[in-house]
Design a protein around this ligand. Structure first.
Ligand code: ARG
Ligand code: ASP
Length: 731
């Protein structure tokens, strides 16, 4: 039997029982079938065909996957691309120096020729989506072992890929949905010349920084502007000064009418990953085992970075982007755990599982599914913890350890291909190593490694601590920290500074490889990686493969057992639409949060000279003069952010918030603290997404930054009274 969903089944049996408005990340090509009616009943004025069409320009043609990790959207006929400040942060940071600090001061290109190119940055469009389930699952049977099954699927996928005839700038991405019950193929077009056009200073784009991150009420102008460039034929091209601004099939008009409580909103983008159909045993593992470990590892790492960043401006620039990204998930896990606890998520899942179990017929093939899953989660618990520890330390937080994989590649090239292979690899490696060392400070990494190895040894079962890291084998006392041991290794290593590395690379291949292989940091990372592979990841993957197979069955079983529920596939970095209404929420007893914040709130949070809440005098002046132009709301206040019940996740950052008519009204960038658990347990009463109001974006570009030439490119509209406003033409 193949696990394939029947669309007809959905239409006839599932549609009449709508789930909570707000929950769900829906596939754009199925909106007509599954969602259009509900969307219209919630206030939408356009059709599903206006959102996604293969035959004509539709909203989807304005939605762009930004760098593969965020969303962005076209807002002008000249390829102007809007995304979050935190999505463009890596680029903004890489153009910043002490003398020309774009993070601190902001940046606005005066003309096209001042726009800044970004090596490696891509903008990806979705051309077409095909259901390829039958082809991918062809010949796949229940009697296959997990490995056989996977290799049958991989083989089908690789044949299917070959069957697509693509242009050189296109790709096809084939992804599993509903934990492998269904497969879709996405044909994409990838633009490779994407330039930075403008960014507000961090006192706007990152206002409130980590204190306000994941929190409502929010006052951050989290946006930046880029532009897609194309060859003369409007097709993707490598960066060239000859390239021209891309002419889109569709771009989003921007509404000046704003939102009111209750208004329909839709968010269109590329949500990364959610897991809504897990059993309670998985949720308790996240809550009790994994989140606490990840949180404490990152906390340790963040404290160390913070200390050095506060001491020195240059370090602050170097580490700003890395710090923000490590802090972001750290804080999210804290909120997630808190929300799971407060909403009794494990108990709720258990209740749901009881109901599931009750509905099964005595001869159901799903009878033992939940108890099998529970057992597997038990079996994998220690391995999963050790795996997270290793990944967090050796791949995520201690950068020099992660970097050693480059040197391993170098050694293996030399050993398999001799001098020529080695030299070719060195030439490939040099630019990325220079980029790495530009933002690297080895004393920070050294301190992190010492502290994190101590955590590792203190918190993991003996059997996951390799012999060469055991304290007794290193002559350390049983509670001694690893600081000294690590300090020695950093002193002896020649791979932790750019200068030393370049010296090694200037040696003959033979000598260089010998130096690398005898380097203590290289030796540590390599031995640890080998240990990880044999003692942790291999046994982990064995259990995980059969666990995944059971999850695939469980997800399918849920759709069969709860026929009255409407199911949507978990996020997997593919294009989705989610919709809801502008709505406040009750974060706790007797407290109600209204859905819109204003510039008054920005000023109220102002702390002169603060690391997170400082403002420029310009802001204070514009506020004093209430110089809001046409961007004020009808009460004369300038809106900053708003929330709604759109179901979003990481990757949705930079997604457009779209009104009932298909116009841009805001820019998604975050979720509220009480609802960060939504990836595992969406709760419509407290899960809200946070957006910057489009009028604040326009005000910052126009009034704050005097970049009104960019406003001229855009199409500003008044859908509520059907009038188009072009700033240039207005008195
Ligand atoms: N929490 C948001 C997201 O997950 C925004 C992160 C950027 N802001 C920050 N302070 N790190 O991406
Ligand atoms: N801030 C997230 C992002 O970068 C969005 C979210 O997790 O709500 O995609």
């Amino acid at each position: 039997m193949k696990f394939i969903f029947k669309i007809t089944f959905w239409i006839f049996f599932i549609l009449p029982f709508a789930s909570f408005a707000g929950e769900g990340m829906w596939l754009p090509q199925l909106l007509k079938l599954l969602n259009e009616k509900e969307m219209k009943s919630m206030g939408m004025k356009i059709s599903a065909e206006d959102i996604y069409s293969v035959n004509k320009g539709s909203l989807k043609d304005a939605i762009v996957h930004f760098g593969g990790f965020c969303t962005s959207e076209l807002i002008s006929p000249n390829g102007l691309l809007l995304t979050n400040h935190h999505c463009g942060y890596g680029q903004i940071q890489s153009h910043s120096t002490m003398g020309n600090n774009l993070i601190k001061n902001g940046f606005w290109a005066k003309s096209h020729k001042d726009e800044l190119p970004n090596k490696g940055l891509t903008a990806t469009f979705i051309d077409r989506i095909d259901d390829v389930s039958a082809k991918v699952l062809n010949g796949v049977t229940d009697s296959m072992s997990p490995t056989e099954r996977q290799s049958a699927i991989d083989k089908n996928i690789s044949e299917l890929r070959k069957s697509y005839s693509l242009e050189s700038y296109q790709d096809v991405i084939i992804k599993p949905f509903f934990d492998g019950n269904q497969y879709f193929a996405f044909v994409t077009t990838i633009y490779r010349d994407v330039r930075l056009v403008g960014t507000p200073p961090e006192s706007i784009g990152k206002f409130g920084a980590d204190t306000d991150n994941w929190v409502w009420p929010r006052h951050t102008g989290d946006f930046s502007l880029f532009r897609i460039y194309a060859g003369k034929d409007n097709k993707p091209a490598d960066y060239s000064s000859e390239n021209v601004p891309y002419k889109p099939k569709h771009f989003l008009p921007i509404s000046l009418d704003g939102i009111s409580e209750g208004d329909f909103t839709m968010v269109f983008g590329f949500p990364g990953r959610t897991s809504q159909y897990l059993p309670s045993s998985a949720i308790s593992q996240t809550l009790n085992t994994l989140n606490p470990a990840r949180i404490s590892i990152r906390e340790t790492s963040l404290k160390i970075m913070d200390k050095y960043m506060r001491e020195d401006e240059a370090t602050k620039i170097k580490y700003a982007s890395k710090y923000a990204s490590i802090a972001n998930a750290w804080k999210k896990w804290i909120g997630e755990s808190q929300g799971l606890r407060q909403s009794n998520a494990v108990q709720k899942k258990k209740k749901y599982e009881e109901a599931f179990q009750k509905r099964l017929s005595p001869d159901s093939p799903y009878k033992n599914l939940l108890s099998d899953l529970e057992k597997q989660y038990n079996d994998i618990d220690g391995l999963a913890l050790a795996r997270d520890y290793h990944q967090e330390i050796a791949l995520r937080n201690v950068e020099i350890l992660a970097r050693m994989s480059d040197f391993r590649k170098l050694v293996s090239q030399y050993e398999s291909g001799g001098n020529n292979a080695y030299i070719a690899q060195v030439n490939k490696l040099k630019p990325s190593l220079s980029a790495f060392f530009k933002d690297f400070d080895n004393k920070i990494d050294q301190e992190k490694l010492g502290a994190l190895l101590t955590l590792y040894a203190d918190n993991l079962d003996e059997k996951f601590v390799p012999e060469f890291l055991k304290r007794e084998n290193l002559g350390m006392s049983s509670d001694e920290s690893y600081d000294m041991m690590v300090a020695d290794q950093f002193t002896l290593s020649s791979l932790t500074t750019e200068q030393e590395v370049m010296e090694i690379m200037a040696l003959s291949p033979e000598k260089a490889v010998a130096a690398i292989k005898s380097d203590p940091i290289y030796a540590l990372a390599t031995a640890w990686a080998d240990f990880y592979e044999s003692e942790i990841s291999t046994p982990y993957n064995t259990i995980k493969r059969s666990l995944d197979l059971n999850q695939e069955k469980y997800t399918k079983a849920q759709t069969e057992v709860f026929k009255e529920k409407r199911f949507y596939p978990d996020a997997n970095s593919t294009m989705r639409v989610t919709y809801g209404n502008v709505n406040g929420y009750e974060p706790k007893d007797a407290v109600y949060y209204t859905p819109v914040t204003y510039l008054d709130g920005v000023i109220a949070k102002y702390v002169p000279g603060d690391y997170e809440f400082d403002l420029e005098t310009r802001m204070l002046e514009l506020y004093k003069n209430k110089d809001y132009g046409m961007y004020a709301d009808k009460n004369g206040k300038l809106p900053v952010c708003f929330i709604a019940s759109n179901h979003t996740t990481g990757g949705n950052s930079g997604s457009p918030a779209i009104d009932a008519h298909g116009n841009l009204i805001g820019l998604n960038f975050d979720r509220v603290w009480e609802g960060t658990m939504s990836d595992l347990n969406y709760d419509p009463s407290i899960c809200r997404n946070i957006m910057v109001d489009a009028r604040y974006i326009l005000w910052v570009v126009d009034k704050y930054s005097n970049a009104s030439h960019l406003i001229q490119e855009m199409k500003l509209v008044h859908p509520k009274n059907k009038m188009t406003t072009q700033k240039g033409k207005r008195k």
